[in-house]
Write a protein that binds this ligand. Structure first.
Ligand SMILES: *Cc1c(COP(=O)(O)O)cnc(C)c1O
Length: 413
């Protein structure tokens, strides 16, 4: 099945009551059972069924099954937010004394999270993305996981996932990839060797900015060495489901990271049009990036779809023929950036990406505010930078609006 067909037909439950095409919202905290024995077996993981929504819920499970198909893994766990999914993805396998080796080009919230991990004895070594020598040098006997974003937010650099996965595996380490910005429409990181994929489904999967949520998917391929990952001891024998089984029986339920059923439903709804939206948004982003580059000499455009992007060739090789729906522009100064942002009429100024509406933001003073100057620059954030998450509007309307908002070009008027 091809992408759009698969979104509607794979992993979808065909046996819902009354012929419902979408799993209904089970807005229930708990589920009763007629015998004490049955409830006991469910609690013990010996029987399938639901007991308490913090541990599992039919609507949430339906969403997870579709995400598993979307990313081509064996199991998924949906969480209250992308950050909850990342927290769970890492802490499921890490303990005090362990190290993460990560691409430096990260979402600001992930950098904040790794700083919080330090209080628990987990440190992160940052290396420039795709710098293989630096990556090798950063890996040592304490390293337990490698991390990168498919497309860095907001640097928009493209990670060579195949090469990174091969490097991680040559050291016996799993690779976690944050696929939020690219989405499975561009690439399934698992096909390129990633072990665990995390999506903030608040973004493109949801598509309308109506629910915060996150989901992690396990490829089920990594062979957990129980000496190196002692927490996996009891689970390694389950094979492909070891990682998610450990999480579901442990940290996920104990941190209360569960997704609300209503949000799982809204995400299922969004998921069905992911392909249509992404196609249109990627086309719009490419058109806008090219138009700005051609018409405004004093504005620098960063978009992996542009042939002069340092990541263009890799993106062409690795992605499905699309280059994502986010571009960044540098307009010369913070004042100019603020003036452009305030002059735009169609885009919303808000800290989100992946909405059907075009969204704009000044990352340096918002989403990357808590990062150091150095961390900001490594993640592609500068004082004069604007991030544009392109929506599904008619491209001519977007161009007209940006033309009004940009300072007049001194050469072309
Ligand atoms: C938004 C985002 C997150 C965090 O997701 P939330 O749902 O806001 O918690 C993580 N990674 C990336 C790349 C993001 O864009």
């Amino acid at each position: 099945m091809r992408f759009n067909t698969s979104l509607l037909h794979e992993g979808v439950r065909k046996n819902e009551k009354h012929g419902a095409t979408l799993t209904p919202i089970y807005q229930n905290s708990a589920f009763y059972h007629d015998s004490a024995n049955e409830l006991a077996r469910i609690f013990d993981g010996k029987a399938r069924g639901f007991s308490y929504t913090r541990l599992g819920n039919p609507t949430v499970e339906a969403f997870e099954e579709r995400i598993t198909k979307l990313e081509g893994g064996v199991a998924s766990i949906a969480c209250a937010s992308g950050m909850a999914a990342l927290t769970n993805a890492f802490l499921n396998i890490l303990r005090a004394g362990d190290e993460i080796v990560s691409s430096a080009s990260l979402y600001g919230g992930s950098i904040d999270l790794f700083r919080d991990f330090e209080a628990f004895g987990i440190t992160t070594r940052y290396v420039p993305n795709n710098d293989w020598e630096a990556m090798e040098a950063a890996i040592n006997e304490k390293t337990r996981v490698i991390f990168a974003e498919t497309i860095g937010n907001p640097r928009l650099d493209v990670t060579d996932i195949e090469r990174l996965a091969a490097l991680a595996h040559s050291h016996g380490l799993p690779l976690i990839v944050d696929n939020t910005v690219a989405t499975a429409f561009l690439v399934q990181p698992i096909r390129l060797g990633a072990d665990i994929v995390v999506n903030s489904s608040s973004k493109y999967i949801n598509g309308s900015s109506n629910s915060i949520s996150g989901v992690l998917t396990d490829a089920g391929k990594f062979k957990w060495d129980v000496e190196k990952y002692p927490g996996m001891k009891e689970y390694a024998k389950i094979g492909p489901f070891a990682y998610t089984a450990k999480l579901r029986n442990g940290l996920f339920r104990n941190t209360g990271a569960c997704l609300a059923p209503q949000n799982a439903y809204l995400n299922q709804l969004g998921l069905e049009t992911l392909g249509l939206r992404m196609q249109r948004q990627c086309e719009n982003a490419a058109a806008l990036a090219e138009w700005i580059q051609e018409n405004y000499e004093d504005i620098t455009v960063n978009y992996p779809g542009l042939s002069d992007s340092p990541w263009h060739e890799l993106a062409k090789k690795q992605f499905s023929g699309y280059f994502g729906a986010i571009l960044t522009i540098r307009v010369g100064s913070k004042e100019r950036a603020f003036a452009v942002l305030d002059a735009l009429k169609l885009p919303y100024q808000l800290s989100n990406i992946g909405d059907v509406r075009t969204l704009v933001i000044h990352p340096a003073s918002t989403i990357s505010l808590h990062n150091t100057k150095e961390q900001q620059e490594e993640s592609g954030v500068f004082e004069d930078l604007i991030r544009i998450s392109v929506g599904i509007e008619d491209i001519e309307d977007l161009k007209e609006d940006f033309a009004e908002a940009f300072p007049k070009n001194p050469i072309t008027g």
